[in-house]
Write a protein of this length. Structure first.
Ligand code: ADP
Ligand code: MG
Length: 675
């Protein structure tokens, strides 16, 4: 008997079942044992329909009249009537079209969901449904609910797991025995038994906690190891030149905020160390990160080191090059732009200047990591909007120096506390939590599409006062083919409606130099109104722009909307953000949150709650961070696992002795490392 035995070899598993299991990606006994329930139901708590109150309810009811009632803008609504001996109610499912074929008219099911008043009546919203006859024999205890996968039905999974109970004692321990004992954890084998065959809700919860602990322990061990490895790397200290810092600060047209000062101080301290800095500067849109980066680039240049400053788009790189030149030229520091559109002879000259060190601050896009770029003496790497880059791109830039350069990454998408402690545990973090003085929070309004003219009237007022306006169009379809048509149509419409003003158009399919020109025209107020796709989302800084309209706002994510809104409110004038919905239906939770708050940290926490970390941080950087059980919002468990991981490392035990652990930890190390 062995956990890697094929499921087909287990007694009682027929050929047909084995086929279904294979299709669902389950091959061995171990695979099925780790096929965890998505939740539990206590069917002994069923209520009579006549007696239910708004809130979470479970009923046992007969289904009738299932129908797909509406379909518009990709939204499907399935409805059904549920009845028991005491009464009837309506159930609705949004975007679950398979519900229509799931039920057999007249059969009994358990339904579990939220009973609430919405769309003008009381109904059961998106209930889960389980065929009652499958559960009746054990309705006196809590029942694990499995996902159905292809042809594999939840009931089958339960029956199969019953046959595998014998194998459970073979489940390997993952953690060092000292940790299991020290943290008073149940064994992993017991945890799996309690997850599949719980006696009570408390027991199931305890078991899940154990598995969640393991995931977090691995993740935290990985980031602690990264931190240790980082501190052993060699870099070159950049000395703190007090006079240079003083005169830089004195040259600014404004006073630095306290948090800018603190952040700069943290960075300066790190630069003096022989180990490379690995610091994230996070600050809400408009909090003034660029000038902090400019200050340290100035220090580096004065000490004879080059800075590579990488931005995600050409438009942004060009803007940064402008800004940094302004900040640095008077200190005799040269600032050079290198992007895809620097071509031919010019490009060769830039390469040469980088190689011989005359280019002291090199601002650019991905072009900075191409083979041809050889730095003379790279001491500092700054990565703006770091979440836009993959781990690999950052690493390539870092390996461009002979010694490891110091790294300053910047982001306007703040990292929630829970993620700071886990995924980003090996980072030092500075936060700009003040907006420069004199700025007023942007006033945000959700607007239905019928009220367009009212919004236009508001724009009239802004334009008449000499201010500028962004008008953002959403991506219309997946492959983007209609987007250009859409934004061009809007552009024509606005040109007519605002005939007295000049209107610019910016979208992704334009040539880069055209894009940069359009952006500069807006920056220098040659255009008053800019119709654009989300190309403007990151970083654009036009303080005279005081209104932004986002069309089809419901199609955007929370972080994206916050970024877009951050394009305004950068000067001293009151600014406005109008979120135009695509239908007149009830606004989404996301839109309500963004209307309510301008606090990027609050919104980041909400985003994490609404979408989960995989969606937000997953795509580019953390593709493999697929936590099965652990929740990154569980700060208590994170703290416990963190303590345990550090104690384990301090105990001097060799990680390599724990074969099960090593593989996972190394995988996580790759995901979380910056170097
Ligand atoms: P972000 O953090 O979003 O990258 P920027 O660095 O683009 O923000 O700064 C936004 C604007 O605020 C710029 O126009 C910049 O010159 C200005 N700014 C930065 N710091 C201050 C300050 N302390 N006081 C006033 N304005 C500032
Ligand atoms: Mg910026």
């Amino acid at each position: 008997m062995d956990l890697s035995a094929p499921l087909a070899s287990v007694k009682g598993v027929g050929e047909k079942t084995a086929e279904k299991l294979t299709k669902a990606g389950l091959f061995t006994v171990r695979d099925l044992l780790y096929y965890l329930p998505r939740g539990y139901e206590d069917f002994s708590r069923v209520q009579d329909i006549a007696g239910i109150r708004p809130g979470r309810v479970i009923i046992k009811a007969t289904v009738s009249g299932v129908k797909l009632s509406r379909k518009r803008r990709g939204l499907t609504i399935t409805e059904a009537t549920l009845s028991d001996t005491t009464g009837k109610l309506r159930a609705v499912w949004f975007n679950q079209p398979y519900r229509r074929t799931q039920f057999v008219d007249g059969k009994e099911y358990y339904f579990s969901g939220e009973f609430e008043f919405s769309y003008g009546r009381y109904q059961l919203m998106n209930p889960s449904a389980e065929l009652a006859s499958e559960y009746d024999e054990r309705s006196d205890e809590i029942v694990p609910i499995y996902r159905s996968s292809y042809d594999l039905k939840p009931r089958q999974v339960r029956v199969l797991l019953g046959k595998l109970e014998l194998y459970i004692p073979l489940v390997e321990e993952l953690l060092p025995a000292s940790v299991v004992a020290g943290e008073k954890l149940v064994s992993r084998a017991d945890a799996l038994r309690m997850i599949h065959f719980p006696k009570s809700e408390a027991e199931a919860a305890r078991a899940r906690r154990r598995l969640a602990f393991d995931e977090l322990f691995e993740l935290l061990l990985a980031s602690e190891l990264n931190r240790q490895e980082n501190s052993r790397l060699k870099s070159t200290p950049i000395p703190f030149d007090v006079a240079a810092v003083r005169s830089f600060v004195a040259s600014l047209p404004f006073k630095l905020t306290d948090s800018q000062r603190l952040a700069a101080w943290d960075i300066i301290k790190n630069l003096e160390e022989p180990a490379p800095m690995n610091r994230l500067l996070q600050g809400d849109v408009g909090s003034g990160k660029t000038v902090v980066a400019g200050l340290v680039a100035c220090l580096a240049a004065r000490a004879g080191f080059q800075t590579a400053f990488m931005a995600p788009t050409e438009v942004l790189a060009a803007q940064h090059a402008d800004t940094l030149s302004k900040l640095l030229t008077s200190f005799g520091v040269n600032c050079t732009l290198l992007t895809g559109s620097v071509k031919g002879k010019n490009r060769e000259l830039v390469y040469k200047a980088i190689a011989d060190g005359t280019a002291q601050v090199v601002v650019g896009t991905h072009a900075l990591i191409t083979k041809k770029v050889q730095y003379h003496k790279l001491g500092l790497v700054v990565i703006d909007e770091q979440h836009r880059f993959g781990v690999k791109q950052r690493q390539e830039l870092l390996t461009k120096g002979r010694l490891m350069p110091h790294l300053l990454s910047m982001t306007a998408t703040p990292i929630p506390r829970s993620l700071q402690l886990t995924v980003f545990g090996d980072l030092d973090i500075s936060t700009l939590n003040q907006t420069p003085t004199g700025r007023k929070p942007v006033i945000t309004k959700i607007v239905s599409p019928n009220s367009e003219e009212q919004v236009f009237k508001k724009l009239d007022a802004e334009l008449a006062a000499g201010r500028q306006v962004y008008y953002i169009c959403a991506q219309v379809d997946e492959n983007g083919s209609d987007d250009i048509k859409n934004v061009q149509k809007e552009y024509q419409k606005l040109k007519k409606r605002f005939a007295g003003y000049t209107t610019g158009l910016l979208h992704g399919r334009m040539k880069t130099d055209e894009k940069v020109k359009t952006m500069r025209d807006f920056l220098y107020k040659k255009t008053d109104l800019l119709v654009a796709t989300t190309v403007v989302e990151v970083g654009m800084d036009v303080p005279n722009a005081t209104a932004i309209v986002v069309r089809d706002a419901d199609r955007f994510g929370l972080a994206q909307l916050h970024q877009l809104r951050g394009r305004v409110g950068r000067g001293e004038q009151q600014s406005y953000c109008y979120l135009v919905t695509s239908t007149s239906a009830k606004p989404t939770r996301r839109l309500l949150e963004i209307e309510k708050s301008t606090d990027g940290f609050y919104l980041a926490e909400k985003d994490l709650e609404l979408r989960g970390p995989g969606e937000i941080y997953g795509k580019v950087q953390h593709g493999e961070l697929d936590l099965q059980v652990a929740k990154l919002s569980d700060t208590r468990l994170i703290a416990q696992a963190s303590r345990a991981a550090r104690a384990f490392l301090a105990s001097g035990q060799d990680l390599l002795e724990y074969k099960e652990l090593v593989g996972d930890v190394q995988k996580y190390q790759k995901i979380t490392t910056l170097n």
